[in-house]
Design a protein around this ligand. Sequence first.
Ligand code: AMP
Length: 202
Amino acid sequence: MEKNDNINIVIFGAPGSGKGTQSAKLIDRYGLYHISTGELLRDHIKRDTELGRIANEYISKGQLIPDDLMIRILDDTLEREAKGKAGVVFDGFPRTIPQAEALKELLRKRGTDLHAVVGLEVPEDELVQRMIQRGKDTGRADDNPDTIKNRLKVYHDQTSPLREYYNKENKYIAINGTGIVDEIFNEIARGLEDKAGIKPRP
Ligand code: AMP
């Protein structure tokens, strides 16, 4: 990660809101590095590492991995993978206020900052439908009705307060996350470029 001249964006939203799909488009248009904490943990589970075994205990119940562990993993990932990059799209992190405070500090100590938070807003019944469908399409283990219910509760209790947190910091860009994927992305790009002054890569 270069000092000062990079762009860091959080893609924020409930489970099933389309963070992964829109992240792929963000990294392409702005030349950024993608860090998805969910994908990172699923990769550890697949490889059956020690971290994977710990993470699976939480993920399978739809609970969050404890903040101190999650923050250490993110710090380590930034150190190993984000150096020399133009900036990062954080997907699935932060999910709690302590994680948001930690992100601020992790970026600050690297001489940079968070530039915008893109919030994908999708009604709850559509979130549930999308996750059920994704479970069928991909076999993702936590996309089952019981775990989905708990993930949505955890989102409301622990993650959704971040909307207000980033609103206060003037970083939150609300996006209607329903409809056609490319149209949603156009709205995101407009928000980032018009409101946050972020430029596409040349
Ligand atoms: P995701 O792919 O972002 O929906 O994440 C899947 C699961 O991984 C979540 O339901 C959590 O159990 C865990 N997880 C991902 N990111 C975090 C995070 N920032 N903090 C705590 N747990 C997380």
